[in-house]
Design a protein around this ligand. Sequence first.
Ligand SMILES: C[S@@+](CC[C@H](N)C(=O)[O-])C[C@H]1O[C@@H](n2cnc3c(N)ncnc32)[C@H](O)[C@@H]1O
Length: 228
Amino acid sequence: MTELQQSSGKTKDEIATAYSSPPWWYNLRGFFILFFAYNSSIGSQLRFFGPNFGDQHLEVACGTGLALEFLLRWRKKKGLPEPHITGIDYAESMLDGAKQRFSGNSSIELKHADAANLPFPDNTFDTANIANAVHCFPDVDGALLDVYRVLKPGGTLAANVLLYPRGPWLFNRIADHINRWAIHKGILYTPYELTNIRQKFVNTGFEIVSEAVSGNCYNIMCRKQQAL
Ligand SMILES: C[S@@+](CC[C@H](N)C(=O)[O-])C[C@H]1O[C@@H](n2cnc3c(N)ncnc32)[C@H](O)[C@@H]1O
């Protein structure tokens, strides 16, 4: 199966309307997708994304803020400092969920924005996370370039990217079915081949700090180059 055959081809506006499910169903379905399609767990996501929060943090495609809320609880339990967080998402319905979840929390700002057209000046953030969303973007090159632009020199980005299924046969079949359903619905743009997505981060200018394949995901921690 080639990447082209498994990409939804939907525009960012079509994708935004695909996120119209009620929050309880979105959350329940999210756990199912995490386990069967990503072959991952909340625990491994917390350990991966949790440490990557600097003073000024950008949460790209924050959705309803479910993952972010788990991450902030994890950080609190570990006694890690509370950062100032800016969360962006292109689906208004998802952003509304995040606004409700974090209402009254003055250290979290939420904005409607496209990941490929971020409304922030160059060199604004110390860190950025893209949790469970790179493979949802129709313009992944544009998104990586813009995240690179708004990070300060030396700033770090953590992202996990859904790969084509790579486990034992039965698990591959299940993951492949979920991916096709998600592409049809519009909540998945495309899974990636490892070398292809890795190259996109490198082409953007990011220096890879660490990388690993975990289940069906590529977890990459990378850094914006220091100014010369
Ligand atoms: C699977 S959800 C992940 C949400 C959240 N990061 C989490 O892990 O709970 C993917 C998110 O990507 C957002 N998204 C898709 N395309 C986007 C774009 N071009 N710009 C910003 N957000 C986008 C969707 O609206 C959705 O909220």
